[in-house]
Design a protein around this ligand. Structure first.
Ligand SMILES: O=C(O)CCC(=O)C(=O)O
Ligand SMILES: [Fe+2]
Length: 303
């Protein structure tokens, strides 16, 4: 397996060729690298710097922001609270912080208690919120743009997915992995496939991320500075009636402390995940975006 390096600026000059290359990788492995995406290296650097400040806070500052008591998948996940490998009892050696679509406390969707419609939790760090929201907006825009060549590859109008992602259950997730302790049986993030439509990931370059293509062995994902590692998730696989594949990946305990920033683009809560036109007899019943994500998260946080 190779990790194709796609250049987003090619989409503007030759959208058909870009869609074809993107489609090929989504059908074969569901993983690619993306450069030329226009998100400023300065903004990337700022995100990593703010994340480092957050993770350096003490438990007293982080505990009130706990995701465990938040019904909307927002906030801080402490070390050992998750097991991404649903088949294993082994706990991931990582901390995380989730930020969702930013809504005001008096937003009607928040007041109505709609699923995944909550307010974000913020640490007391002066530039944290503004930096996170700027990045959230930029990567959300890029993710929705990437769904245009996806639609084109599937023979659908370019804007086919737009209305399913205009108020998405997207999550910006900061991740921090301590260096391997050397104790042997540990994992940074257990083997899993992502739940949503697309994931756009940046890492600090510390090794650890591996992908296992169907029928193959675990492979290290190469680091290309400032390129996103993009992969498709189970929701898009299901939407395409399995024409696209989501691929298992994991994070090994890294040789040095490691940070990464993932953006999970899940659809709107009420988006209907049903086999797309032209993809054959549906293999799965239709499901809403919210019902699908809730079922997957419950498995991750099982006790
Ligand atoms: O930290 C990474 O490089 C990947 C994390 C990941 O796969 C996830 O959180 O879904
Ligand atoms: Fe993942």
């Amino acid at each position: 397996m190779t990790f194709p390096l796609l250049d987003w600026s090619d989409y503007a000059t030759d959208p058909d060729a870009f869609a074809q290359a993107l489609g090929r990788t989504c059908r074969e492995t569901g993983f690619f690298l993306l450069k030329g995406h226009g998100i400023a290296p300065d903004l990337n650097a700022a995100i990593f710097a703010q994340a480092a400040q957050f993770f350096a806070l003490g438990e007293d500052d982080k505990t009130p922001l706990s995701i465990a008591t938040n019904p909307h998948n927002r906030g801080w996940a402490y070390m050992g609270s998750e097991s991404l490998d649903e088949t294993s009892a082994q706990r991931d050696r990582k901390e995380a912080f989730n930020i969702g679509l930013d809504l005001a406390p008096d937003d009607p969707r928040v007041l109505a208690g709609e699923p995944f419609r909550g307010v974000n939790l913020w640490p007391d760090l002066p530039e944290f919120r503004a930096t996170m929201l700027e990045y959230f907006g930029a990567v959300w825009g890029l993710g929705v743009d990437l769904l245009k060549p996806v639609a084109r590859d599937l023979g659908l109008p370019d804007d086919h997915f737009a209305s399913s992602f205009d108020a998405p259950m997207a999550t910006l997730r900061l991740l921090s992995y301590p260096a391997a302790s050397g104790a042997g049986d540990e994992i940074g993030a257990g083997a899993h496939t992502d739940y949503g439509a697309l994931t756009l990931l940046m890492t600090d370059g510390a090794p650890g991320l591996q992908v296992r293509p169907r029928g193959g062995d675990w492979l290290d994902v190469p680091h290309v500075p400032d390129a996103f590692i993009v992969n498709i998730g189970d929701c898009l696989m299901r939407w395409t009636n399995d024409i696209y594949v989501s691929t298992p990946h994991r994070v090994l305990p890294p040789p040095r402390a490691r940070q990464s920033v993932a953006f999970f683009l899940d659809p709107n809560p009420d988006a209907l995940i049903a086999a797309l036109p032209g993809t054959g007899a549906p293999k799965y019943p239709s499901v809403t975006g919210a019902a699908y994500l809730r079922a997957r998260l419950d498995a991750t946080y099982k006790t």
